[in-house]
Write a protein that binds this ligand. Structure first.
Ligand SMILES: Nc1nc2c(c(=O)[nH]1)N[C@H]1C(S)=C(S)[C@@H](COP(=O)(O)OP(=O)(O)OC[C@H]3O[C@@H](n4cnc5c(=O)[nH]c(N)nc54)[C@H](O)[C@@H]3O)O[C@H]1N2
Ligand SMILES: Nc1nc2c(c(=O)[nH]1)N[C@H]1C(S)=C(S)[C@@H](COP(=O)(O)OP(=O)(O)OC[C@H]3O[C@@H](n4cnc5c(=O)[nH]c(N)nc54)[C@H](O)[C@@H]3O)O[C@H]1N2
Ligand SMILES: [Mo]
Length: 764
């Protein structure tokens, strides 16, 4: 691969972490910061009991956070927000929207923090400054002109705090709709929808301490070295205890293989590192159901053999009898699933799958972790359920050192859901909301992300308000998404930095800049704290410490209250009072959600508190009161793909946060200075008559082509290719999503690769 390697492609041989990670932090700080000192101090306040929660990922903090837990990508997230650069009114006077449209996603955000509210002026094609009150009045006029509240979409991205998310759902419901497209719909929806039917809760069951007691850890379809770097410290500790860590991932990911902990002077000074994965299985993209069924089939066979010899067997029969329903159906399904189908669909040999199963049954306590590699498929919900099935077979749920661990995305995506961001609210919740505020919330279920986009595209939805995020870029198929926005009557973006969705101007468009999590939030002269919930259901306070990027900035809560006051003239809710004292919002959250009892008192304790988690206690809040084995659909031998079709998955680079592109490097995958690459197995390249470094087109259909990518021979499962998100979103058909939960199939896109023709090149 090194020979004749194209520019910017050179295999990375170091561990994850180490000196290069420290150097990357120093570089990020230098690039973004006005004064290095102030912001180095900012980094030191991150994830401290009296500081702010890292806006990076949702991995929990260790219980007694006393030392700075190092994380390169957390540092990048903070420095990107705390940058000295500003996209001020002068910037918008200089650049028209058409001009900005031609900028890259990286360049748009790199313009810096937004400083004032802006309104789009079609006549000049510029965003111009407006006062907050003018903006609120203008938005209210458009919302109130809609012929039905269901014509508006209220999108949430997962950085919103519990307080702002709660206020936001209140605004939308007081206005009259349950239309809550949410970034979670593109992310862990199979967890939110799939897990409740299996185990009665749409969240993970493990806590951080469980990792200290696990005897085996499975990491399926997630890339912690980049997306949850603080998890590497946890995995390292487990590896050092000799705990097997079994990885299932189509790509070799350095962050799952080896880690040099920057806090460890010995590793740093001796340039040594700790091995993480004890076995690495390169499952085919989309092959996880087959792999998991294979593991269970092997387990049942070994169990039977042992029992035939008079032994006890390998299943936790007492647990299955007392706590579960559906075992016989699962066994019947596994009996009829053939090994040839399993091998073919997973791309793994029977021996490899049996070896995974053996590690599983030899361990008393097993944690299974998973991320987007599991969820973002048209069979994402089924993937999640098969992981649960595997765990239930040996009672690996609700006991110390065992359980399911979805790696959540945004730092508060889980909390937003907990406090009411859902298009399918329960009647019980709505009754409590009505009682707490003297309103009548709408009962009709609303739109998720896929429904919202469809409604915007067909003209039935006319207004979009985004609480953070970059919806049009994050969703599949920009051709559909961009046109949908341009046809709207109202586009409001409550954001910190300029992005493409804000440039998709509707008849009326506003950009409402808000404070970020790192910044001091003074309301009525008092510094406010907000709260977030991490991946493991821990709720804790977060207080910004930095000077706001501009004096005109107000918090998300204040923006929401401003829109609400202007829009809902008859509403009995004291928007102003709530937005001036977040403790009062928390009192209301507690009134609506009893699990937040003593909310304000409990966040005064460093580290916060854990929300109740029935499944972690073997209490199953399912319709039958049991944990359910859900066998799912039979596994076909045939994957339904034509000859020469490969399955494309989409990935985050090491230098991005979702649609925010910090830079063009992907250090651990050996890519620098570019993102126009597609990772392909060398044998697949050869079979297609292509070579490493060739310029290729990735073709999903005639009108969905990711053109002119450089093919990179990479250790990836055969039949699978990978490209970067969001560039590759144009390959995803907006109609291709998991019918059980609506998550787009971002990670199994059937494609063909073809050489980019010189003729096309000349024509370009
Ligand atoms: N620095 C940084 N941190 C982040 C984010 C970020 O963009 N940057 N994003 C945040 C968000 S919103 C989220 S949701 C999380 C995402 O965190 P991850 O879930 O780690 O996200 P992805 O980069 O999408 O990577 C998924 C992994 O799944 C593998 N994979 C792809 N297809 C398959 C498959 O079919 N089967 C299996 N078994 N594996 C597969 C890929 O090779 C890759 O290693 O991270 C959060 N944290
Ligand atoms: N092909 C493909 N597509 C994907 C994915 C994939 O793996 N592959 N992953 C999906 C996933 S998991 C997710 S979560 C979505 C992400 O979708 P979104 O959540 O919509 O996108 P982000 O890129 O996280 O949003 C970035 C924007 O948020 C704003 N922002 C940042 N911080 C704050 C803040 O504190 N407050 C406010 N109000 N705004 C802020 C900034 O202006 C920035 O431009 O994308 C999805 N799309
Ligand atoms: Mo996500």
């Amino acid at each position: 691969m090194t020979e004749n390697s194209p520019d910017g492609v050179k295999p990375y041989s170091g561990p994850a972490g180490g000196w290069e990670a420290l150097a990357a932090v120093a570089q990020a700080v230098r690039k973004e910061m006005e004064t290095e000192v102030a912001n180095t101090r900012a980094l030191l306040r991150m994830n401290q009991p009296d500081g702010f929660d890292c806006p990076g990922c949702a991995w929990p903090d260790p219980k007694h956070t006393s030392s700075f837990e190092f994380c390169e990508n957390g540092a990048k997230a903070v420095t990107w927000e705390a940058t000295g650069k500003r996209a001020s009114p002068a910037f918008f006077a200089e650049h028209s929207v058409s001009d900005l449209w031609s900028w890259s996603d990286h360049a748009l955000e790199d313009a810096g923090r937004l400083t004032t509210p802006l309104r789009y002026e079609a006549a000049t094609d510029h965003f111009v400054p407006v006062s907050w009150e003018e903006a609120f009045a203008g938005i209210a006029a458009r919302l109130n002109a809609l012929d039905h509240p269901d014509r508006a979409e209220f999108y949430t991205s997962g950085r919103a705090s519990n307080e702002s998310a709660f206020m936001y759902q209140l605004l939308a419901r007081a206005f009259g709709t349950n239309n809550f497209p949410d970034c979670s719909n593109m992310c862990h929806e199979p967890t939110s929808i799939g897990l409740p039917q299996s185990i009665g809760i749409g969240k993970g069951t493990v806590s951080l301490e469980d990792f200290d007691h696990a005897d085996a850890i499975f990491c399926i379809g997630h890339n912690p070295g980049t997306n949850h770097p603080r998890m590497l410290t946890t995995l390292r500790a487990a590896a050092k205890r000799g705990v097997p860590i079994i990885v299932a991932n189509p790509l070799k990911e350095r962050g799952l293989e080896r880690f040099a902990a920057p806090q460890d002077p010995v590793e740093m000074l001796t340039l040594s590192s700790t091995r993480l994965a004890s076995a690495y299985h390169q499952v085919k993209v989309g092959g996880d159901v087959a792999m998991l069924k294979g593991m269970m089939k092997a387990l049942l066979a070994a169990d039977e053999a042992l029992r035939a010899g008079g032994g006890e067997g390998l299943l936790d029969r007492a647990f299955i009898a007392e706590h579960t329903v559906g075992f016989d159906d699962l066994r019947a399904d596994l009996d009829t699933t053939s090994w040839s189908a399993i091998e073919r669909r997973s791309g793994l040999s029977r021996a490899a799958i049996e070896s995974m199963a053996e590690v599983y049954w030899n361990a008393e306590r097993v944690i299974a972790c998973y991320g987007m590699g599991i969820t973002q498929h048209r069979h994402g919900t089924e993937n999640v359920r098969q992981i649960v099935n595997l765990l239930l077979l040996r009672g690996n749920m609700g006991k110390s050192g065992a359980g399911i661990c979805p790696l959540r995305g945004h730092s508060n995506v889980q909390g937003d859901r907990t406090v009411g961001i859902t298009e399918i609210p329960t009647e019980a919740f709505l009754e409590r909301l009505d009682a707490a505020f003297g309103i009548t919330a709408p009962r009709k279920h609303g739109h998720n992300a896929v429904d919202a986009l469809a409604a915007m595209a067909d003209g039935s939805s006319r207004a979009f308000i985004g609480l953070g995020g970059n919806f049009a870029v994050a969703m599949p198929d920009p051709a559909v998404a961009f046109a949908a926005f341009r046809g709207l009557d109202l586009n409001v973006q409550i954001i910190t930095k300029l992005n493409r969705t804000a440039l998709l101007t509707a008849t009326h468009s506003y950009i409402l800049p808000c404070l970020g999590r790192t910044e001091r939030d003074l309301r009525a002269g008092t510094q406010q704290a907000m709260t977030v919930e991490d991946s493991m259901s821990m709720v804790h306070a977060s207080r910004g410490t930095l000077k706001p990027a501009s004096d005109a900035l107000i918090s998300e809560v204040a923006v929401i209250a401003g829109i609400a006051r202007a829009t809902l003239a008859q509403c009995p809710i004291d928007w102003e009072g709530l937005s001036n004292d977040y403790a009062r919002i928390r009192d209301k959250i507690e009134e609506v959600f009893p699990e937040f009892a003593d909310f304000n008192a409990r966040i005064a304790v460093p580290g916060g508190f854990r929300l109740p988690n029935g499944a972690a206690e073997r209490v199953w809040h399912t319709s039958n009161g049991k944990a359910n084995f859900l066998a799912g659909a039979p596994l076909d031998e045939d994957d339904g793909l034509d000859e020469g079709t490969l399955v494309c998955t989409t990935l985050r680079s090491h230098d991005q946060y979702n649609t925010t592109i910090y830079g063009l490097n992907d250090r651990y995958r050996g890519i620098s200075g570019r993102r126009d690459v597609v990772f392909v197995n060398a044998d697949d390249l050869a079979a297609l008559g292509l070579s490493h470094g060739d310029t290729v087109d990735v073709v999903a259909s005639d009108d969905r082509v990711l053109a002119r990518q450089t093919a990179v021979a990479y250790p990836i499962a055969r039949g699978s290719v990978a490209a970067y998100y969001p560039e590759a979103n144009l390959l995803v058909d907006a109609r291709d999503y998991d019918r059980q939960c609506g998550v787009p199939s971002y990670k199994s896109i059937p494609v063909k690769l073809r050489a980019h023709l010189a003729a096309d090149r000349q024509a370009e």
